[in-house]
Write a protein that binds this ligand. Sequence first.
Ligand SMILES: Nc1ncnc2c1ncn2[C@@H]1O[C@H](COP(=O)(O)OP(=O)(O)OP(=O)(O)O)[C@@H](O)[C@H]1O
Ligand SMILES: [Mg+2]
Length: 468
Amino acid sequence: MVAKNILVVDDDAKCREFIQAFLAYKGYTVSLAKDALEALTITDRGNFDLVITDLMMPGMNGLDFLKRLKARQPEVVVIVSSAFSSAESRANILEAGAYSCLDKPFDLQELDTLLQGALDHTPLLPSKTEIKSAIKNRKLMGNIIGESPKMRSLLELVEKVADSDSTALILGESGTGKELIAQAIHTLSNRKNNNFVPVNCGAIPEDLLESELFGHVKGSFTGAIANRVGRFAMADKGTLFLDEIGDMPTSLQVKLLRVLQSREIEPVGGNSSRKIDTRIIAATHQNLEELVASKLFREDLFYRLSVIPIVVPPLRERKEDIPLLAASFLKRMNDEKNRQIDGIAPDALQALCDYQWPGNIRELENLMERLVIIKGSGTITLSDLPEKFTGLIRSAPTPAAKTYALPTAGINFNDVIEEFENSLIMDALEKTQGNKKEAAELLNLKRTTLIEKLKKKNLSSPGLRFTA
Ligand SMILES: Nc1ncnc2c1ncn2[C@@H]1O[C@H](COP(=O)(O)OP(=O)(O)OP(=O)(O)O)[C@@H](O)[C@H]1O
Ligand SMILES: [Mg+2]
């Protein structure tokens, strides 16, 4: 498929480059113009599938530029970006022939969705409506970033689960965004106007967890100096997020199961129960099935909780999202820390994409924060990254390189290396019909080194015989 040509017109260099980096990553061919006049010159010269223009620019503004461009090339698709203040200006822009308006500061997901709609061959009208509803839900989903197929299907599942009011169990490695997903389910549900109450079951001492969840009555234990409302009650008509459910002590698991069955809670030391209407979303980074098998987690509770299991994939399985996430964290950190990092160099971005991210999105977020604070301005390059990233960068790949599966019985390291070396030399000599000079060149060795090796190998490996 031929890459689509996009022209970005903005008087703010950072803004231009920010969009450029994103579009280039998405596979578009990007040109830049710093003002409307330059843009008109460029569009006169070349063919563009789409133009993204800023509205407020010195000289000719975006609206006038749009009108002129449309007069010359009615077929070109134009998106106008601005910190729109009034609906009226939007209406003018759409009336002048823009495909859509895009709010500043940029929401890259929104931009991506718009581009796909705009450049797609489907009719504009229905896709616009679809886009609007997708964007509305995305906005409600807070800050969840992800365009990879895995994230898209996860977000679709989140939308469905939100409606259902069922208990949900979120599974995924540490730092993958489980809490963010739980919040999104709450925000998209009709409980959104009531509380979302998180409890980290692993962080609260065992003897306090029960009272934390169900509350207690004054005097029920030493230190219970007043009645206390528990988190279940705080989340009445809302959502209770039981994080790290795998760490919940088994004694409490029984009580939780009872509450889930009866929908009633009884405060510690109390003698009456009350009905509650709390939706439960649990999460864990542990393998609950293994915990069940080893009797550390009750099987009946596991089935109760996992009515709808939601698996959040690790970042290494959705690497397409890395540039998008990195760009968004950079932008946020720039604002929060008052810094001016303007982007990530391609080789540094490649290194970020090659890395395995054991700490997932949290690790990426922390790295971006550190880089923004330490570097402060300019572009993040490969040398700014910690060594574990640069260590992954390979020099030119060696075509002859082979992987070697180590047998369980082990090997004699020196013999294997010797054998590998011999086979490479044999191969080179065969390919060059025994010409040592050319063989040495193929191996990137000095001719004398090759000759020395041949002599040595004749002594140590009688099986190898090379002709002069
Ligand atoms: N898709 C995403 N888009 C943007 N930010 C994200 C995304 N997923 C996670 N984050 C951010 O990464 C950090 C970790 O996310 P979160 O706390 O939800 O992970 P978690 O799976 O609950 O981790 P843990 O198991 O360690 O508790 C948070 O700061 C969150 O805002
Ligand atoms: Mg968490």
